[in-house]
Ligand binder design. Structure first.
Ligand SMILES: [Zn+2]
Length: 184
């Protein structure tokens, strides 16, 4: 099925960014390392003017979104995002396909690492909300400032990772498994 994902992504990128990249974007094409793909989401790192940037392009249904950890890349669409997309179109197989794990198959620390990388804090918190537990209630129960939890979540979306991201995901997973659905 991975070929399908590659084709979908290449097609979406070509229609989203149909024109030739700017000179600014062009000089980053092919310069990415740690190139990976998880389904229809690609990721890569690149040396920018102010350090290393983590860049992602993600196709969900028919919606293409991108994000970059550079100072203008918050909502995506910066020249690093375009360059990553064009790098992928040129050489899709240069992106290593990431393994995935289902939560019930996580048995070792290696599995855990793979699993935690494949699920976002936002997804886990929305599953928690499905149990009737709000982000605010969860933060308070683990003694975390509500705004800090929101920051960890929004930072992950723009490829800036807090040290406590993995631990926070684990805390949500614990709550998902052990807490009963609360009344809404
Ligand atoms: Zn950027």
């Amino acid at each position: 099925m991975s070929d399908t994902n590659i084709n979908l992504l290449v097609k979406a990128i070509s229609s989203y960014w149909p024109s030739d990249p700017s000179d600014k974007a062009r000089r980053y094409i092919g310069q990415f390392y740690d190139r990976t793909r998880l389904g229809t989401k690609i990721s890569g790192k690149v040396e920018g003017n102010h350090g290393t940037y983590t860049v992602t392009v993600h196709l969900q249904e028919t919606n293409l979104s991108s994000a970059c950890s550079c100072y203008i890349g918050k909502g995506g669409n910066c020249h690093h995002c375009i360059a990553l997309a064009k790098t992928f179109v040129k050489e899709p197989l240069g992106f290593r396909e990431l393994e995935t794990r289902k939560i019930e198959d996580v048995k070792s620390m290696a599995d855990l690492e793979i699993y935690l990388k494949s699920v976002t804090l936002e997804t886990l918190l929305s599953q928690l909300r499905g149990k009737g537990i709000t982000q605010k209630a969860f933060a308070e129960s683990i003694g975390m400032n509500t705004r800090h939890l929101a920051l960890i979540k929004s930072s992950e979306k723009r490829n800036r990772f807090y040290n406590e991201l993995g631990a926070t995901k684990l805390a949500v997973l614990w709550a998902l498994e052990h807490l009963a659905d609360s009344e809404r």
